[in-house]
Design a protein around this ligand. Structure first.
Ligand SMILES: [Zn+2]
Length: 238
């Protein structure tokens, strides 16, 4: 089946109703729920998979009325909601499909991902603007719970002064605010774009609706000696 990715319609939905279609192992072999539609964004494109809870319309033997979701992953059209309690999968499977469930996102976690991920796109744009040339997409985009990293396969991509200038321009832009939108590609099904002012970046992730929501960020550059890559890291200012 295909799980409808409701997070594309509204990245700010914190709760939603859903049907548990079936229980299956996720791509890492963990017991997981596959739903008809979901507000949980799966891991990918530099964002961590969402976390939260699912409440059932009735008590399920050996499981109770709710379960923790500790990660969300994707394979093909299926989105896997990884159960914190591995034993819960078998208890649920006998009841599938389970209609009338309620999903609740760990919103603090998701919102930080949305903010820092959006800021990583903007830092890319401001480095291009500072250098006066376009950059290839990052060879790696990764995000921990509190930091976003973009790595480029280019040694010494930018000098310290220019990087400071780009980071200052980014923070000035964030303080001013600007609308951020996403939309599906007209030709490629499942392919999406991120847009802010004149910038366009291919991305299927979740983003804040306005740059102002990001707040103040601290950007650092790392170019280790002998390495052929340059990495940029973004964190919330303390
Ligand atoms: Zn994105």
């Amino acid at each position: 089946m295909t799980s409808e990715p409701a997070f594309h319609d509204d990245a700010y939905a914190r709760t939603a109703s859903a049907t548990v279609a079936f229980v299956a192992a996720d791509p890492k072999g963990r017991p997981a729920l596959v739903l008809d539609r979901t507000i949980f964004h799966p891991q990918g494109g530099g964002q961590k998979g969402d976390r939260g809870r699912i409440a059932f319309p009735y008590e399920i033997d050996g499981l109770g009325a709710a379960a923790e979701i500790v990660d969300t992953t994707k394979k093909g059209g299926d989105i896997f909601h990884v159960l914190g309690d591995a034993e819960a999968g078998a208890a649920l499977m006998a009841h599938c499909p389970v209609e009338g469930c309620t999903l609740a996102l760990d919103w603090d976690f998701r919102h930080r991902q949305m903010r820092l991920h959006s800021a990583s796109h903007l830092l890319h744009c401001f480095i291009e603007r500072t250098l006066g040339r376009s950059l290839p997409p990052p060879s790696l985009s990764d995000q921990s719970a509190d930091a976003g990293v973009n790595r480029y396969d280019i040694a010494d991509l930018i000098g310290d002064d220019a990087f400071r200038q780009a980071a200052a321009a980014l923070n000035a832009f964030l303080a001013e605010g600007a609308a951020i939108t996403t939309y599906p590609d007209a030709d490629k099904p499942g392919y999406r774009w991120w847009a802010c002012e004149e910038w366009r970046i291919p991305c299927g992730g979740t983003h804040v609706a306005d740059a102002k929501e990001v707040g103040v960020v601290v950007a650092t550059v790392s170019r280790k000696k002998g390495r052929t890559t340059t990495s940029f890291t973004l964190r919330d200012a303390a």
